[in-house]
Design a protein around this ligand. Structure first.
Ligand code: NAD
Length: 290
């Protein structure tokens, strides 16, 4: 397939490289990043999009996505699909889909889970919003870049699934970290705590698959001095998106709001910036009640 790929950063570069390795013809554009191997770079986003059957975007936020979409949609052939894999707000995803539909294009919002490791290995999970025909067009690309694509409904529903998932993740990580810190103060051994909780009703992915305590459970960023992994800054971005969406939809999300406030303090006032999001554990270890 002929593909335009805009945004070749930490995630986009390995995703584009996997498409090239699978035999697709990829033309890329990025304002800063270098070309991944096998990707021909164009001079503008519009030039990368011209003649492509699918244009993939993997960009930092909704404002940048809107600007790029406004530039590329007039350059795309009728019937082509704009496939956004960035994590952005639901409103931007829906507005960009409407912008695409207005000029006869298909559009999908398809944020991912799995991080840079999943992007490199081609094992991402895609959470997809948009119409059936566009989903069918993009399916072979999801199969190259990932191991699972869930069609979640109309435009915006992929982003809705992503922020709901990550709100749960932020909340369970904080709960797991504060429970470890409490266990320490009660004299409970961390390995015993893991052995109980990972097989009991307090179990979650944060404990079982990504344990925030060094040396306990499967290998995780806690074992590499909390180098990310999934950076606390990115968790904060996703929690803020969930709170914006909750505000717009009049949903009551007090735990999500508290998780957003704690990650904001951790990233903006403490030492969380650039550390893995599980570094909440050393943060709690040294603290008394705030
Ligand atoms: P990144 O900052 O490494 O990459 C973004 C790229 O977009 C950069 O290379 C930047 O130069 C480029 N860019 C910015 N503005 C542009 C423009 N106007 N035109 C063309 N290119 C432009 O970020 P990333 O880690 O690759 O994340 C990309 C998206 O994926 C984000 O929305 C992020 O939330 C999401 N995400 C990241 C992870 C992760 O673990 N890194 C996991 C899941 C989802």
């Amino acid at each position: 397939m002929k593909i335009g790929f805009i945004g070749l950063g930490n995630m986009g570069a390995p995703m584009a490289a996997n498409l090239v390795a699978a035999g697709h013809q990829v033309t890329g554009f990025d304002t800063a990043a270098l070309a991944p191997e096998g990707v021909a770079m164009a001079a503008s986003a519009a030039a990368a999009a011209k003649g492509a059957e699918v244009v993939i975007t993997m960009l930092p936020n909704g404002a940048i996505l809107r600007a790029v979409a406004a530039e590329v949609t007039p350059a795309m052939d009728a019937g082509a699909v704009l496939l956004d894999c960035s994590t952005v707000d639901v409103a931007s995803a829906r507005d960009v889909a409407a912008m695409a539909a207005a000029v006869g294009l298909g559009a999908l919002d398809a944020p991912v889970s799995g991080g840079v490791g999943g992007a490199q290995a081609g094992t991402l999970t895609f959470m997809v919003g948009g119409d059936d025909a566009s989903f069918a067009t993009a399916r072979p690309l999801f199969e190259v870049m990932g191991s699972r694509a869930v069609h979640c409904g109309p435009s915006g529903n992929g982003q809705a699934a992503k922020i709901c998932n990550n709100m749960i993740l932020g909340v369970t990580m904080i709960a797991t970290c504060e429970a470890f810190a409490l266990a320490d103060k009660l004299g409970l051994d961390r390995q015993a705590m893991f052995d109980v909780v990972s097989t009991s009703s307090g179990q979650s992915w944060s404990m079982t698959s990504y344990c925030p305590a060094p040396g306990i459970g499967p290998k995780s960023p806690a074992d590499s001095d909390y180098r990310p992994g999934f950076a606390a800054d990115l968790m904060l971005k996703d929690l803020r998106l969930s709170q914006e969406a909750a505000e717009a939809a009049d949903a009551d999300t007090p735990m999500g709001a508290l998780a957003a406030a704690l990650y904001a303090r951790f990233v903006e006032e403490e030492d969380g910036r650039g550390r893995d999001f599980s570094a909440m554990l050393p943060r709690f270890e040294g603290r008394r009640r705030a």
